[in-house]
Write a protein that binds this ligand. Sequence first.
Ligand code: GDP
Ligand code: ZN
Length: 306
Amino acid sequence: MIFKKQGRVQKSTGSWYSVSTDTEQIYQCRLKGVFRNKGIKTTNPIAVGDIVDIEIESSDNTGIITNIHPRTNYIIRKATKLSKSTHIIASNVEQVIIIVSLVQPRTSTGFIDRILATAEAYHIPTVIVFNKTDLYDENVLMQLHNLRSNYESIGYKTIQTSAITGDGLKNLKHILKDQISLLSGHSGVGKSAIINKIDPNLNLKTGQISDYHLKGMHTTTFATMFPLSFGGNVIDTPGIKEFGLVEFEKVALGQRFPEIRCLMKDCKFNNCVHLNEPGCAVIAAVKNGEIAEYRYENYLNMLNSI
Ligand code: GDP
Ligand code: ZN
């Protein structure tokens, strides 16, 4: 007997995909051969987050993926540094959660802004979580206040948490509930600590897996989706430091900074990249403090890297 079901890809290990269905049953599936070459130009035809149709043999819990449903979005990166082909990290992402810390280790605003700009390119809402607040002294708390109010003023949601005191974890739980959230953040900022504290059924081992990865014992990076016991899913991406801005043009970069986006129509030249052009409304806004200097510097760094 063969029966058909729909499910979501939670994990991929080589040629096998773990697909969970609405009954929360997990099936190990493979791709139907013909489908593999159906004009998809990524190194992985199926990604974590994909909604797929599967055919299951009742004799065991294995199946065959026969169809992928259209993706609402997908996050890609270059397969390798020099390669032109892309790898889909995850699809159908509803929000990106950037977990950062201002101490031990300090996350740079450059990192935050690159992730924000990437999520903007995919039109995915992003939340910035400032963790380890129990370790912040007065000076760092002031920086936290300034950063939070600036990001909030541009339109990003921010919260502060501590895995040690439990501060803010209720807030984060509320944000994660019933959503598909892609987690991002440098190793050591406390991703696993806060997620495991929010849902003790989970056993995220982000830090450990990244260490394993750094030692070069594991050469493939991968993403895994974990269901939350209170509803929703988180996608963890151990070993993936950044998402690629694969298709990218200089004049489009400003679109990915909300505060630049809403001023650039006032620039004298419509192909202005806000570097040193006369009559640039963005440069004027940086000078009068309307746009934060660090945001503009991060914009320029990204512009230079294109
Ligand atoms: P990950 O690599 O982002 O998953 O980071 P981990 O969750 O493994 O945490 C890295 C280290 O930071 C561990 O030693 C944690 O105990 C510690 N840590 C995580 N969150 C906090 C926090 O809010 N406050 C303090 N003081 N330590 C934390
Ligand atoms: Zn300009």
